[in-house]
Ligand binder design. Structure first.
Ligand code: ZN
Length: 536
């Protein structure tokens, strides 16, 4: 007897095999049978009517942990078929926190958390945060990475100086404790402070700890543009030296003059794998990136944290230094002003100035009283928003993005934070659409990939990267994380103009054998589990 049976489906096993027609029986949250089941064998029977059934999507790069306590169902993710999220990416995790630097950590993460969803920030250790999430209950499974930046903030705030021996020991201890609490690895975000203040040797010392645990290192590299190839080489070298599996996060070639470089970087990864370095990457199926607006500022502007950055934005001397930084970066452009960069940057969320949402930075500068001094206008606008805003940057080439997302070494990911139609702002549409978009654009509407291969890249491949041996596949003994979808109607609907839209074609989502989504409506809202490395 099964708790639930899905009958008469085209079953994609997640391993990349062509589909087979059959039934799946679920008992006590797990897949108990994959075969033709007799009548009356299950408490609930779902006739799939020939639709497609695959493992639930595993999003190995996102930031849903930031708002999970206020938005536990994580609807933007769960409704598109995500059943497991790996969080804590880009060097930023919600834990560990230290009392002395808690406020600095909080103000840094704040742009990613809608004001109405903020929680009490009362936890300290990684395990304590996971416990709080578990107690709240979640819509799909969460596995966490611990952020190198968060560890560094806990030990020395946003102080850019190199770590002393004592600080290094404190950071390694926090990393070990987090791994023992269940973290699946370490993430770094080397464009963001304090990752941007961290030397390669400091990173290597931390990453070496991972090899004792067989845990993963993921990285938002120092450069995704002019120094992209060098950054990939450095990441591969770290994997080789520290003997850890490495994952290059949201791999891309940003800005027109770097387009084409991904052909070289993916080849470098293939060659490194032949030499025994376990390197892979992940890619999202959009040509715009999205992050906090403060990422536009030069590194030095963020020394000491966001409060210090706001002070610098008010100080004429510091403005002069920042302006010089931008002018050097834009030295090839007319009047040393990179208009294109500002034209290609869209404000997504800005709680203090919602009227800025959906406008480009260039449009805001053009409407500003100081438009004749564009950098001064830009700094004024950042101050008005208190840097509490997120942006999208249209910086990638479509063909190259497709090449990267279709490559056999890449998992496809969202890089999104959790949101909901009830919230304002104009988040990047990837928050709602990534996985249906990937399947429909890459495998159903085009033949960039077979559907079974596309499914592999969002199920068993990320599961094996994270180290989840009992998820990401339809086979007996695996957790019953399943998505039933209609290939005829599967479409992402979210756009930059109207992002808060669920996709079509996701008929049912099972999380640990429980129905979390059924015909576009939410079902059980707490079916997810907190996953811990090494736990069964
Ligand atoms: Zn990132």
């Amino acid at each position: 007897m099964y708790d639930l049976a899905v009958r008469n489906a085209w079953i994609y096993d997640g391993a990349g095999n062509p589909p087979t027609k059959g039934d799946v029986g679920v008992r006590e949250g797990k897949i108990a049978a994959v075969r033709h089941l007799g009548k009356g064998e299950a408490s609930r029977s779902i006739d799939a009517g020939g639709l497609s059934l695959c493992p639930g999507f595993i999003d190995m790069h996102n930031h849903v942990d930031m708002a999970v306590l206020g938005l536990p169902f994580m609807e933007s993710h769960t409704m598109q078929g995500v059943t497991t999220s790996l969080t804590g990416n880009c060097g930023i995790s919600m834990a560990p926190l230290a009392d002395a630097t808690r406020e600095q950590a909080r103000s840094y993460i704040l742009p990613f958390i809608p004001p109405e969803l903020e929680s009490d920030w009362s936890w300290r250790g990684f395990g304590e945060f996971l416990g709080k999430v578990e107690k709240t209950g979640i819509g799909h499974n969460i596995a966490g990475l611990v952020g190198q930046g968060s560890i560094r903030v806990a030990v020395k705030g946003f102080d850019p100086s190199p770590a002393t021996d004592e600080e290094m020991s404190a950071m390694k201890l926090l990393l070990r404790r987090s791994l023992e609490d269940g973290a699946f690895g370490l993430s770094s975000g080397l464009i963001y402070p304090p990752g941007s203040f961290t030397s390669d040797s400091e990173l290597e010392e931390l990453a070496s700890v991972l090899s004792d645990y067989g845990a993963l290192y993921t990285t938002h590299m120092r450069s995704e543009g002019s120094m992209l190839i060098e950054s990939v080489e450095a990441t591969i070298e770290l994997g080789r030296k520290c003997r850890v599996p490495v994952e290059i996060s949201h791999h891309k070639a940003a800005n027109r003059n770097n387009w084409g470089k991904m052909h070289r970087t993916l080849r470098l990864m293939e060659l490194a794998r032949e030499e025994g370095v376990d390197v892979c990457c992940d890619v999202y199926p959009y040509t715009a990136s999205s992050t906090t607006i403060s990422a536009m500022l030069p590194n030095f502007a963020l020394e000491g944290g966001l409060e210090s950055a706001l002070k610098r934005l008010s100080n004429p001397d510091d403005r002069g230094r920042m302006k010089a930084h931008f002018q050097i970066a834009a030295s090839g452009c007319t009047n040393s002003f990179d208009k294109t960069k500002f034209e290609n940057t869209l404000i997504c969320t800005s709680p203090d100035h919602p009227e800025y949402e959906g406008k480009t930075v260039m449009a805001l500068i053009s409407a500003h009283a100081r438009r004749d001094e564009p950098y001064e206008a830009f700094f004024d606008i950042l101050l008005e928003m208190r840097c509490n805003a997120t942006m999208a940057s249209f910086c990638m080439d479509r063909d190259e993005m497709e090449f990267g997302a279709a490559h056999h070494l890449s998992s496809v990911i969202s890089d999104a934070w959790a949101t909901s139609p009830a919230l304002g702002g104009r988040p990047h549409p990837r928050a709602y659409g990534t996985f249906p978009r990937f399947l429909s654009h890459f495998a159903i509407d085009t033949s960039l990939l077979s559907l079974e291969e596309a499914i592999r890249k969002i199920t068993s491949l990320p599961a094996s990267r994270i180290g989840l041996s009992d998820r990401g596949a339809i086979k007996e003994g695996c957790w019953a994380d399943l998505v039933l979808f209609d290939p005829q109607t599967l479409r992402d609907k979210a756009t930059f103009d109207d992002p808060h839209q669920y996709p079509s074609g996701i008929e049912m989502v099972l999380v640990n054998g429980r129905v979390a989504v059924e015909r576009g409506e939410s079902g059980e809202r707490r079916a997810g589990r907190v996953l811990r490395r090494g736990a069964r």
